[in-house]
Design a protein around this ligand. Sequence first.
Ligand code: F6P
Length: 461
Amino acid sequence: MTAPRHAGARLVVVSNRVALPRRTAAGGLASALQAALCERGGLWFGWSGKLAAETATQVHRLHDAKVDYATIDLSHADHDDFYTGFANGALWPMLHYRPDLVDYRRSHLHGYLRVNEAFADRLQRLIAPDDVIWVHDYHLIPLAAMLRRRGVKNRIGFFLHTPLPAAGLLIALPNHRELLETLASYDLIGVHTARDLRALEDYFLHETGATMRRDGRMRSANGRLFRSAAFPISIDTAGIAEAARTAGSNREIGQLRDSLEGRSLIIGVDRLDYSKGLPQRFQAYARLLERAPELHRRITFLQIAPPSRGAVLEYRQIRRELERSAGHINGKYAAPDWAPIRYINKSFPHKLLTGYYRTARVGLVTPLRDGMNLVAKEYVASQDPEDPGVLVLSRFAGAAQELTDALLVNPADTEEVADALQQALNMPLAERRQRWNAMMSVLRENDITVWCNAFLRALCR
Ligand code: F6P
């Protein structure tokens, strides 16, 4: 096999969150990039996770395994405007089809641009002419344009980890063109699915005056050539399967199993975010209990939901809503020796989660919108091949494009989700195995290494 053209070049990954060594990785993006960088080595640049009096007065350096880490602190004000205000108060809801939740303020946009300039400024000093730069996610959309203005000529790729809604929605974001058109400064823009790609191309062609060339590249209104393509992100399939297989000896897994006393476990694991469809999920579970009394005492629903982005109002609201809903369900259906729902607001080590997934008869993953959703993939990879569980998956997660042997549902349809739960709980072993094998072969074919190589190969083509 010939080595890919990017093989000799140093990889520079840039993301807001950096999974620093010996810290719990925050979310799917950080753990996927950690896997990719640990394999090939390179530089990882981003926010240190710390707030200081001023932004980026110095770059913190660290070396571990094959990876150099370079991180900068942000000032409280910059973090508020950039991360809380614009990235998560305006861009996140817009990208997740929730224009009603967009809280757009010009001061937040200015803070977002200020932090991107600070990233560009510090990063420029760290890169060598042959480096291949790979920027991640909605926090850093204008970064390439800012680097180009500083004379950086390297290959620069961008990957969007969220969904991308249709142009008709995107244009509702004030100043959308000023921001989104800067994407043309990248050489390659990657998204998760064909639907996201259609939205991207449609936006460029119809809102910015870009044109599509015969070779598949787009030419922006100011003449820059760039490519876009779909690269569905994945997981370390073999690593997760192995972690789940051996997790069984963990004390915590034994404790969970004992506590179930033979009941079937339904599991959900999500950041506490309105895009994850948690209130609708709780409602569907309540509906199942209402219409299937024979399942009482025979099932337990474990929802793990670590709080996130607590500075944004909607995140505090949804937390209160779920506390009420979980309390209501238990109040209505629990018995002295059975609680139908266990609702936990904390995060768990990754390996332990794989053991929890393997213990669960049903993985319930029902976001209203999700770029990919790696929990769905990890749930599948964690199963016991002899006795696999069933994945109930939202049609609106990117993962539904690949995991077509899951029970696919519309998360807003309470009856449909309750039906799917019932079907999953009653599914015969032969059907469970057949569905699991089909999904597992997809995950073996497209794992995190394949995803990473495919993007870098396209970027360096
Ligand atoms: O694209 C969404 C995403 O970056 C995920 O990859 C990750 O799980 C999550 O957001 C992390 O969010 P935050 O950095 O705000 O905690």
